[in-house]
Ligand binder design. Structure first.
Ligand code: AMP
Length: 226
C-alpha cells in the first residue's frame, strides 16, 4: 500500500481457503491495519437475509443449505460494494471469489478500473481442524467478533468479551450443512488455488496454530508485498 494518498490504484487482497480456515477472523484483524475495507460476501448475505431484502430472499435457500449463491447474484452485489468510497484504497475479499466465473469477473473488473493484480493469500489448514473450527465457532450478535468454544473461548461463556453481546452459532455451522459447504469448496473453489498459483498471484500461509500466530504470518505477507 502507498503510505499516503497518491495516484496508485486500489489494492485487492483475496483471502482464499476452505470454510473454517479462519479467513473472516483474520480479515477482521488485519484489514483496518492496512487501511483496507473488509468485504465478506457471507456477512453481506446474512445481513440481507436478516433485513429480508430481495437479495436476501434470493440468497436464502442457498446459504441455508450450504450451496453457493448463483454467480449473477454474487457478482452484482460485489460490483456495487467495491465501488463504494471506503474501497478506494483497497479491500480484502473474504469468501469471494468462490468459482472460476467469479474469479474471471473480478479480474475483468480490476482491469477495467486499472487496478493492480490481486494478491491472493491462501489459508492452508488440515482438514481435521476445519470441523473443530466450524462446529466451535460462535459470533457476537452485537459486534460480530468471532470466538471458538474450544480454541478461543470468551471469558464468560456465551458473552462477548468486548461488549457483553450474546454469542450465537451460525445455522449453517450445523454438521449436515457443513458437509455440503465443504463439498462445494472442493468442487468449485479449490480449483482457484491452482488458477491463482499459475498466474503467480498466490502466497500460501500456514493457517494452523493460534489466531495470533496466523495474524502474524498474514501481516508479514501483507507488509512484504506492500
Ligand atoms: P461464508 O460466511 O463465507 O462461509 O458464506 C456463507 C454462505 O454464503 C456460503 O455457504 C454461500 O451459501 C454464500 N456465499 C458467500 N460467498 C459466496 C460466493 N462468493 N459465491 C456464492 N455463494 C457465497
Amino acid at each position: 500500500m502507498p503510505d499516503g494518498p497518491g495516484p496508485r490504484s486500489a489494492r485487492a487482497v483475496i483471502f482464499l481457503g476452505p470454510p473454517g480456515a479462519g479467513k473472516g477472523t483474520q480479515a477482521k484483524a488485519v484489514a483496518s491495519r492496512f487501511g483496507l475495507a473488509h468485504i465478506s460476501t457471507g456477512d453481506m448475505f446474512r445481513d440481507h437475509m436478516s433485513r429480508n431484502t430481495l437479495l436476501g430472499e434470493q440468497a436464502k435457500r442457498f446459504v441455508q443449505s450450504g450451496g453457493l449463491v448463483p454467480d449473477e447474484v454474487v457478482l452484482g452485489m460485489v460490483g456495487d460494494r467495491i465501488s463504494q468510497p471506503d474501497c478506494q484504497a483497497g479491500f480484502v475479499l473474504d469468501g469471494f471469489p468462490r468459482t472460476r466465473r467469479q474469479a474471471e469477473a473480478l479480474a475483468e473488473t480490476l482491469r477495467a478500473r486499472s487496478c493492480e493484480q490481486p494478491l491472493v493469500i491462501y489459508f492452508a489448514v488440515d482438514a481435521d481442524q476445519l470441523l473443530r473450527r466450524l462446529t466451535g465457532r460462535r459470533t457476537c450478535k452485537v459486534g460480530g467478533e468471532i470466538y471458538n468454544i474450544y480454541d478461543l473461548p470468551p471469558k464468560v461463556p456465551g458473552r462477548c468479551d468486548n461488549d457483553g453481546g450474546e454469542l450465537f452459532q451460525r445455522p449453517d455451522d450445523r454438521e449436515e450443512v457443513i458437509r455440503e459447504r465443504l463439498s462445494q469448496y472442493e468442487a468449485q473453489t479449490r480449483p482457484l488455488v491452482d488458477y491463482y498459483r499459475e498466474r503467480g498471484l498466490l502466497v500460501e500461509v500456514n493457517a494452523m496454530g493460534s489466531q495470533a500466530e496466523v495474524t502474524e504470518r498474514v501481516l508479514q505477507v501483507l507488509g512484504r508485498t506492500g
